[in-house]
Design a protein around this ligand. Structure first.
Ligand code: TTP
Ligand code: MG
Length: 359
């Protein structure tokens, strides 16, 4: 059997990123629950929580939850609207720090990155010290904490960074991978969404350990080729390179819930343009190119549709987001029903650095 090259990979994830930045610029918020997201309007607000700090999480508040629900759980929190420009600026500076530490580097979302440090350290003890150094450098430069996972690959490093949040550092050596993953719920694996989780549960598979012990051919019967992939993931096997594509999950999206359900086409298109602009800022800020544009629409009765177009070329232009989003949304505006929410997403992302080597 071909021997796999030994690797050491770090995954860095900033702690409660948006609220941590807000706290840093407003020390008076420290110790209080802080929530960044839509305007709660005394519980009547629409839209969702972007993120919240760990004080707010104690009350059960979570990313993606309706802001009205957050208000019920924690009315005395500090509620703030997001300031994406500021968050992107801080993100950019942190990524500059991280880049210097790896043989290769891959940003993953606004506040996460992978680093391959295989040639920089000779063992896991040295890797742990390097991770500590990175944590203190980010803290000194930005006053923010992060959590780091150290492991033989991206899959395990990502799960490890989440293991002792906030301000955590979890090292999983090669020989510890199976026992580290075994007790965790299957949902911790990237790609295992709610639907897959449910199907696995019906098969009596709850933990990653259960999944690892399941006959791969049984999984393939149920999930096709993906079943084999699940089996490998559950065993902690992942050869994907840092800086390579980590699958089709990478995307940038924004959505907006209207103050009141609307049939006003002009208003919907204006909102769509605003979302396109926000996404474009992030695309350019992260030096990315995209191929696929998706729109989402939710009607007043919560019926939800998404519709995508994959372009024949890579682009980073605002007009390619905006025009395609409009075109994709158009048919949904002909419905009798009023619209509650619209969203835009770009996916099939490629980094500009790679793009340069292609052309
Ligand atoms: P995450 O890293 O998922 O969350 P977090 O950094 O707030 O908290 P944690 O300590 O658990 O890592 O996302 C990073 C930022 O992305 C987050 O601060 C806000 C934004 N975000 C949204 O706007 N909507 C979402 O649904 C999620 C999950 C994140
Ligand atoms: Mg984070």
């Amino acid at each position: 059997m071909r021997e796999r090259k030994r690797r050491i990979v770090l995954h860095v994830d900033m702690d409660h990123f948006f609220t941590a930045i807000e706290e840093r610029f407003h020390p008076e918020y420290k110790g209080k629950p802080v929530i960044v997201g839509a305007d709660p309007k005394e519980g009547k607000g629409r839209g969702v929580v972007s993120t919240c700090n760990y004080e707010a999480r104690k009350y059960g508040v979570k990313s993606g939850m309706p802001i009205s629900r957050a208000w019920k759980l924690c009315p005395h929190a500090v509620y703030l609207r997001p300031n994406y420009e500021l968050y992107l600026e801080v993100s950019r500076r942190i990524m500059e720090i991280l880049k210097r530490y790896g043989d290769s580097f891959e940003q993953f979302g606004i506040d996460e990155a992978f680093l391959d440090v295989s040639s920089k350290v000779s063992d896991y003890e040295e890797a742990r010290r390097l991770a500590e150094k990175i944590k203190s450098e980010i803290f000194e430069a930005e006053g923010l904490t992060c959590s780091i996972g150290v492991a033989p690959n991206k899959l395990v490093a990502k799960i490890a960074s989440d293991f002792q949040k906030p301000d955590g550092l979890t090292v999983v050596k090669e020989e510890e991978v199976r026992s580290f993953l075994a007790p965790l719920p299957v949902r911790k694996l990237l790609w295992v969404g709610r639907k897959t989780e449910k199907k696995l549960k019906d098969m009596g598979i709850n933990t990653i350990g259960d999944l690892a012990n399941c006959d791969p051919s049984l999984l393939m019967e149920k999930f096709g080729a993906m079943g084999f992939q699940y089996s490998l993931m559950a065993k902690g096997i992942d050869d994907s390179p840092v800086g390579g594509d980590f699958g089709a999950v990478k995307s940038i999206s924004r959505d907006r819930t209207f103050e009141e359900d609307t049939s006003d086409v002009k208003k919907v298109f204006e909102t769509l343009s605003k979302l396109a602009k926000e996404i474009h800022d992030e695309v350019v800020g992260q030096n990315l190119y995209f191929k696929t544009v998706t729109v989402k629409v939710r009607y007043e009765d919560f019926e939800t549709h998404t519709h995508s177009k994959t372009l024949p070329f890579l682009t980073n232009r605002l007009e390619d987001i905006e025009k395609n989003a409009r075109r994709l949304l158009q048919p949904y505006l002909e419905s009798e029903k009023r619209i509650r929410l619209v969203g835009v997403k770009v996916s099939n992302l490629f980094s500009g650095e790679k793009q340069k080597t292609l052309t």
